[in-house]
Design a protein around this ligand. Structure first.
Ligand code: AMP
Length: 215
């Protein structure tokens, strides 16, 4: 099964994708995580992407799409995958369709995580991420058992540089500019399901699992 999670920054795409991947035995592909890895490893791609990411802008489509295609072509995605953070606009959605068509596969489900702006700001400003496994925590809502240490793998937690209030504003503006046309695109293709994602992670996960099991 191939699933896309859509929604604004702070909707919980990363958390849901990690848990859903475990539950449904699918591969989690997060373009944000792969880009951050490239930045921290100092690769050419990382050097090109860093400035855009730090300011909250989108990295150019061709760079991200090439990176995504390499990931989708890995043998471990054969049983299916969950896309988190891609596509971000119509041109990426069309590029994805092209990649999938070449492989003769299709997206089965697109879940739109509908989230209110106050919840988004509150989640992002308190978010902590594991440097090692990418698991998400929250200073107040979901604190780690040991201060700044990941419960899942023992890795160090950090606050993303783009989770500052100023950059969050830019990221939300970028998101809003592209979101409605992207949603319409998948509504027209009939794969889109909307769910409210203001609740805690577990009830939201259960709703996504139900949707996945119903297709
Ligand atoms: P995320 O972890 O999904 O919030 O992404 C963090 C940052 O990585 C974004 O603000 C963008 O700068 C960049 N990024 C991630 N995915 C994409 C994408 N599909 N297209 C362009 N830029 C992306």
């Amino acid at each position: 099964m191939r699933i896309i999670l859509l929604g604004p920054p702070g909707a919980g795409k990363g958390t849901q994708a990690i848990n859903l991947a475990q539950r449904l035995k699918l591969v989690h592909i997060s373009t944000g995580d792969i880009l951050r890895q490239n930045v921290s490893n100092g690769t050419d791609l990382g050097k090109q992407a860093k400035g855009y990411m730090d300011s909250g802008a989108l990295v150019p489509d061709d760079l991200v799409t090439q990176m995504l295609e390499r990931q989708i072509n890995q043998p471990d995605t054969e049983k299916g995958f969950i896309l988190d953070g891609y596509p971000r606009n119509i041109s990426q959605a069309k590029a994805l369709d092209k990649i999938l068509k070449q492989k003769n596969i299709k997206i089965g489900l697109v879940v739109y995580l509908d989230t209110s702006e106050s919840v988004i700001i509150q989640r992002l400003t308190g978010r902590l991420v594991c440097k090692f496994c990418g698991a998400n925590f929250h200073i107040k809502n979901m604190p780690p058992k040991i201060d700044m240490i990941c419960d899942k793998c023992g890795g160090e937690l950090y606050q993303r540089t783009d989770d500052k209030e100023e950059t969050i504003k830019t990221r939300l503006e970028v998101y809003k500019k592209e979101a409605s046309s992207l949603i319409q695109y998948y509504e027209a293709g009939h794969q889109l399901r909307r769910i409210s994602a203001d609740e805690d992670a577990d009830p939201v996960l259960n709703k996504i699992v139900q949707l996945a099991q119903s297709i």
